[in-house]
Design a protein around this ligand. Structure first.
Ligand code: NAD
Length: 271
């Protein structure tokens, strides 16, 4: 592999690693020779994911870890350092939405359930801030390390109905820039913080919203396609290369960026 893109033996912790985009990325990175620490909420999901990962190589382990539980994060941090001696990359993939934090088709914004809104803010914002504060301590000691956050197209553009999730992802963009500056100013140019902003990919959380059972697009799905110059949804493997680039030496002068991976959605006025 070209040295610039060599991630062989990097120790990479991935949250939400039993999910579609983050999980697929974790597997891809392990296939490229990295040691991957798979983190997700439930033990059974983690066990299933790690069992599959072991068929790629022995360079993996996994822990059930709620990204909002500081005790669990500290425990994983200690175990990874004990096993691997270092942590090179954190990918903050845990995230998601819930119905109460969205405006249903027959509701208006005043029906928002503020408790659910808070939960979605917590998962999608604090759920990246807390792991970063935990794992980046190793970066400070090593003098090197990378964070990749997951933003969304619902951050720069108003997308109807998804209020809490959009607010949280917009804050992720700000956190990415803020933390990038803080790390570089205090600890030098080998610690980098970036984010990717996926456009529309079919996942468990949005499948029913975008695709009918017969495979045709829902009305909302069609609206997305109409506003995407590539005229299709993303395939999960289309985020891997951007993340690979961001954590490799090829991006050694890149920090604080939010890279759209969206088939042109964010560049298009719709006209
Ligand atoms: P996914 O729903 O497939 O996976 C998310 C994973 O996070 C799940 O395995 C879930 O168990 C885990 N999780 C949830 N709460 C957790 C917690 N408290 N602690 C630890 N793990 C927890 O999502 P995905 O498609 O892999 O998305 C990855 C990231 O990309 C998310 O932040 C998502 O918001 C973002 N994103 C996804 C899309 C898309 O179209 N799929 C688009 C834009 C952004």
């Amino acid at each position: 592999m070209n040295q610039l893109f060599n991630i062989q033996d990097k120790v990479i912790a991935v949250t939400g690693a039993a999910g579609v985009l983050a999980g697929g990325t974790a597997t891809y990175l392990q296939e490229q020779g990295a040691y991957v620490v798979y983190l997700d909420l439930f033990q059974d999901k983690v066990d299933e994911t790690v069992a599959k990962a072991k068929s790629i190589s022995d360079k993996c382990c996994g822990f059930a870890c709620n990204v909002l539980d500081q005790g669990a994060l500290d425990s994983v941090y200690d175990q990874v350092l004990k096993t691997c001696g270092r942590i090179d990359v954190l990918i903050n993939g845990a995230g998601g939405n819930m119905p109460g934090a969205t405006i249903g088709p027959d509701q208006d914004v005043f029906d928002l359930k503020i408790e659910d809104y808070s939960k979605v803010l917590d998962l999608n914002l604090k759920g990246s801030v807390m792991p970063t504060m935990t794992f980046a301590k190793a970066f400070k000691q090593q003098g090197s390390g990378c964070v990749v956050n997951f933003s969304s197209m619902s951050s720069p553009l108003a997308i109807t109905r998804v209020l809490g999730y959009s607010n949280a992802k917009a804050a992720i963009d700000n956190f990415t820039r803020w933390m990038a500056a803080e790390m570089a100013l205090k600890y030098g140019d080998k610690i980098r913080v970036n984010a990717i902003a996926p456009g529309f990919f079919i996942g468990n959380q949005n499948r029913a919203l975008l695709i009918n059972e017969d495979g045709s697009y829902t009305e909302r799905g069609q609206q997305v396609i109409d506003n995407t110059p590539f005229r299709r949804f993303g395939n999960q493997d289309e985020v891997y290369g951007t993340i690979h680039y961001l954590i490799s030496d090829a991006a050694s002068f890149v920090t604080g960026t939010v890279v759209p991976v969206d088939g042109g959605f964010s560049t298009f006025s719709g006209v």
